[in-house]
Design a protein around this ligand. Structure first.
Ligand SMILES: Cc1cc2nc3c(=O)[nH]c(=O)nc-3n(C[C@H](O)[C@H](O)[C@H](O)COP(=O)(O)OP(=O)(O)OC[C@H]3O[C@@H](n4cnc5c(N)ncnc54)[C@H](O)[C@@H]3O)c2cc1C
Length: 488
């Protein structure tokens, strides 16, 4: 995502841009595949902040509607709890607030208040953290920034997200629901700062969207736009080295050939960029001072029937969330009762599954790869997920069914394959986690003071995280390059 967006932005600035990609397809983690009549989006499934994509089209002077169609969805997610409670998270804050009041017993107005605070934090602090390099003086010495910082409570940094949520919500279920947002950048809500409470603002105040054609349309549309702007793509071409000379990046080596360039931008995980492309083990080690983000185990299941009780996005929560995160980050094992996420795009586009069937993307958070026995873990996880779904569908929905008997076709993605496919160290989905108070500041910058004309974009560097933030990293990189060009 970040590589494609950076290529578009730099092409618009007038650079002749070449993209070197080791795979034979664009999009990295955001890819898709078909199996036995089922279409599966392979990676990201939740789409927020379409304005980041619209901005690329505006910049490129192309009408977005000719390339990319998306629509808001009314329900952000349906939540199922072990005690049989079921909550529908409407993207309308008032409706969502009412739902948590009626189903869980939250106080009237509590959710709306939470979300309006979330918006304030996003508008004040998020706008600075996400749109600018935190490692340039210019970002900090400006009146608007100082005012925003002055208006921000220190508790957003010094309380963790769980404490933040506990102070604002009455019920354990609502706290768990809002704790879940730490996982949007692969973090632990019992460690990550309360600042992450700005994430729900994106879903409930701005909205959740669905791109026509599934998530893969995002990759396809950016690829098409990049081609239109003259970007040259070289697939099946791993970059072997970044050429540096006198402290300046001069180009890359690919196919054992030197390719010169005025500017090099790496969208590879910054750990591997240092380790493999710059041959700098010390800098690579520095990156690891920050805990890696979590990874994922994904089961792509073609399901023989349809479930009217399920939505596009569904969560089946574990009963003891804290214990689940202790397993993910402390013991780096699979929790016996994992939280299960199911995404079903055939709810939006029936053609994505054969008639009367559904395409289930079933994901659990997994620890980053530290050479666990993934074959054993996958078998165990599959069994536990099925038991959990059978149990909750029975308790919450009164459906007596064995999910196992409905799986018609299956593929599995694990942390090892995530690392192999996209060179994401330890299979971490988002590079480093935000499991510390100052995580936002400690994330690797989008440039390095040691090598001129070398920049970094993507989930493993500032501002980190999922698609919206990868697209923001592209904007930060292109602004840094534009400012450097101006200065010369
Ligand atoms: C299962 C899963 C679920 C997710 N769910 C969501 C979600 O719901 N919402 C969300 O916003 N985000 C989600 N994410 C995260 C999101 O996918 C990523 O944050 C984002 O796609 C990462 O983009 P990126 O720009 O960092 O690059 P990546 O997707 O990591 O791509 C890097 C690219 O660089 C290429 N590359 C690496 N090394 C080299 C080399 N040496 N030479 C040439 N090419 C190289 C790779 O092949 C790849 O194409 C999910 C991720 C996964 C895996």
């Amino acid at each position: 995502m970040a590589g494609l967006a950076t290529a578009i932005r730099l092409a618009v600035q007038g650079f002749a841009v070449s993209v070197y990609e080791k795979n034979d397809y664009p999009g990295g983690k955001l890819s898709a595949f078909k199996k036995e009549g089922f279409h599966f989006d392979a990676g990201p499934s939740l789409f927020t902040q379409p304005q980041n994509i619209a901005a690329l089209f505006e910049l490129a002077g192309e009408p977005i509607a000719d390339y990319f169609i998306y629509q808001p969805v009314e329900i952000a997610c349906k939540y199922f709890y072990e005690n049989g409670n079921i909550v529908t998270a409407y993207t309308n804050p008032e409706k969502f607030g009412k739902e948590l009041e009626e189903k869980l017993g939250e106080l009237p107005g509590a959710v709306e208040k939470y979300l309006s605070e979330s918006k304030k934090v996003y508008d004040n602090i998020g706008a600075i953290f996400l749109n600018h390099s935190l490692h340039k003086r210019k970002t900090w010495f400006n009146r608007r920034v100082l005012k925003a910082l002055g208006a921000t409570k220190l508790s957003y940094l010094f309380k963790n997200l769980h404490q933040h949520n506990q102070a604002r919500l009455q019920t354990a279920e609502a706290v768990q629901l809002f704790n879940r947002y730490a996982t949007y950048n692969g973090s632990n809500p019992y460690k990550a700062p309360g600042m992450l409470s700005l994430i729900p603002h994106l879903e409930y105040n701005e909205g959740v969207f669905y791109p026509a054609g599934g998530m893969i349309s995002i990759t396809n549309t950016l690829y098409e736009l990049a081609m239109k702007k003259g970007v040259q793509f070289h697939f099946n071409t791993p970059v072997q080295k970044i050429i540096c000379n006198e402290g300046t990046a001069r180009g890359i080596v690919a196919n054992n050939e030197n390719i010169t360039a005025d500017i090099v931008v790496s969208n590879m995980d910054v750990y591997f960029t240092y380790k493999q492309l710059l041959n700098d083990s010390n800098k690579a080690k520095d990156v690891l001072k920050q805990e890696r983000s979590s990874s994922a185990l994904v089961f792509y299941w073609g399901i023989k029937t349809t479930f009217e009780q399920l939505q596009l996005h569904n969560i089946f929560f574990s009963e003891h969330y804290k214990a689940e995160f202790d397993c993910l980050f402390k013991t780096k094992t699979l929790y016996h009762d994992p939280t299960v996420y199911i995404n079903i795009t055939s709810k939006m586009e029936a053609r994505f599954a054969p008639a009367g069937k559904e395409n289930w993307f079933v994901m659990i958070n997994a620890p980053a790869n530290t050479k666990q026995d993934w074959e054993a873990i996958k078998l165990d996880a599959r069994k536990k997920i099925i038991e959990k779904l059978n149990r909750i569908l029975s308790v919450g929905c009164g459906i007596q069914i064995d999910i196992e008997s409905l799986i018609e076709t299956e593929e599995i993605l694990d942390p090892v394959t995530i690392e192999e496919k996209t060179a994401s160290y330890m299979g971490s989905l988002y590079g480093t986690s935000s499991n510390s108070k100052l995580a936002a500041f400690l994330r690797h910058p989008n440039f390095t003071g040691e090598v001129k004309n070398l920049y970094f974009c993507g989930g493993s560097v500032h501002p980190g995280g999922g698609i919206p933030l990868c697209l923001k990293s592209a904007q930060i990189v292109s602004d840094l390059i534009k400012n450097t060009k101006r200065a010369h």
